[in-house]
Write a protein that binds this ligand. Structure first.
Ligand SMILES: [Zn+2]
Length: 382
């Protein structure tokens, strides 16, 4: 019996070899078909027939690691070109494939979420990213897009939560953003006159980012809402000293909310001191406005002269300075017009002379090609 088996061994070996050969041939044939498929798709893409290319790729028989990456890139390419519907079709098709690895599925889901986001379908994008986060709670990939979505939807509570998660998982410091979200919440509560909630939310914001000047402004708003006018004014002033840009945002509010003479005097004195300290020309324009409101324009004469001759005049400061000089003319029958002339010349010398009509970029020298948008022959005089 053993001898018969021994004799059958070459036969078994031969049939095994034949079967393996057949399988190899079939695989080769399949690969050949896939390559033909792939090349046809690329050809359609190159000849600007994206829909035909899309049909070829969507009916692609099998996905391996290389084709999955290509599909992903193809979808991203469509999205970057603004063709979001096509991008969605590619990425949806990819996500539905059963033969993807975990990493490929994550990348495809992220891309799909981005497509929904670009299409303005924020609820769909949110559910895709939330599912990703649920599948892999340790990953921070979906946190940033989710934060963007909640920011757009003004869902500040959720934005805070996801930013805290992202901060714990990744290396990005979101303290400044989280403080802004708390400030948005505090502003909403202030509008509803929930002053206790405002105070609590400000405290939370201050815990995250104590140096924020926006928190100071909100403290001023809260004090004002509570009728603590002196404290409110002092807090706003503290905020402006911390960040002089805030004067522009707060000026009308300050003038309207603190119209009493002593309050305006206090503001004038503060602005005078802040300008002396910072030499910020933006403050000088507000100082002149306050002087006008208090009937002190002529007191500003020396400072205006100095500003016109040596300072950094802006259109705003020039306009208010002219008012000071004209009030001098009314009072004393004399004023020096050449000072204005000099200041205007200095201001004009600092202004860019040319501008691109395509993107609005301003420049000092004429250029044939705009350095910002790279268009030719679009530059002309402002
Ligand atoms: Zn341009």
């Amino acid at each position: 019996m053993q001898e018969i088996l021994f004799l059958l061994l070459p036969l078994a070996f031969y049939s095994g070899w034949q079967a393996a050969r057949k399988r190899y041939k079939e695989r080769q044939e399949k690969r050949k078909q896939i390559s033909v498929h792939f090349v046809r798709g690329i050809n359609y893409l190159l000849s600007e027939q994206p829909d035909k290319a899309l049909d070829v790729f969507l009916n692609y028989p099998e996905i391996d690691e290389y084709t999955a990456d290509t599909f992903l890139l193809l979808g991203n390419l469509f999205r970057n070109r603004g063709e979001v519907t096509r991008a969605l079709r590619v990425h949806q098709n990819l996500v539905a494939r059963p033969d993807l690895s975990k990493t490929q599925r994550t990348s495809a889901m992220l891309a799909l979420g981005e497509d929904f986001f670009s299409a303005g379908m924020l609820d769909r994008a949110e559910s895709v990213f939330s599912e990703l986060l649920k599948d892999d709670p340790k990953s921070s990939d979906a946190c940033e897009p989710l934060r963007n979505i909640y920011e757009q939807l003004h869902e500040w509570d959720k934005a805070i939560e996801i930013s805290q998660c992202a901060q714990q998982r990744g290396k990005t410091d979101h303290s400044r953003l989280i403080a802004h979200y708390y400030c948005e919440l505090a502003t909403q509560e202030l509008q509803k006159n929930n002053l206790f909630r405002v105070e609590e939310t400000i405290k939370q914001a201050a815990k995250v980012h104590p140096g924020s000047s926006r928190i100071q402004v909100l403290r001023g708003d809260l004090a004002f809402a509570r009728g603590q006018r002196k404290e409110a004014l002092a807090t706003y002033q503290k905020a402006i000293l911390q960040d002089t840009r805030l004067m522009g945002m707060l000026f009308s509010q300050l003038i309207n909310n603190f119209p009493e003479k002593d309050e305006l005097e206090s503001l004038y004195l503060f602005t005078q001191q802040a300008f002396a300290k910072t030499q910020d020309v933006r403050l000088f324009a507000y100082l002149l406005q306050l002087a006008r409101k208090l009937g002190k324009l002529t007191d500003m004469h020396t400072q205006v002269e100095e500003h016109l001759l040596k300072g950094k005049p802006t259109l705003n400061t020039l306009a208010y300075s002219t008012e000071v000089l004209s009030s001098l003319w009314k009072d004393q029958g004399a004023c020096e017009i050449t000072q204005i002339q000099t200041a205007l010349q200095r201001l004009a010398a600092n202004q860019p002379e040319f501008q691109c009509s395509h993107c609005g970029y301003k420049m000092h020298d004429y250029l044939w090609r705009c350095p910002a948008c790279h268009q030719w022959d679009t530059v002309s005089n402002v």
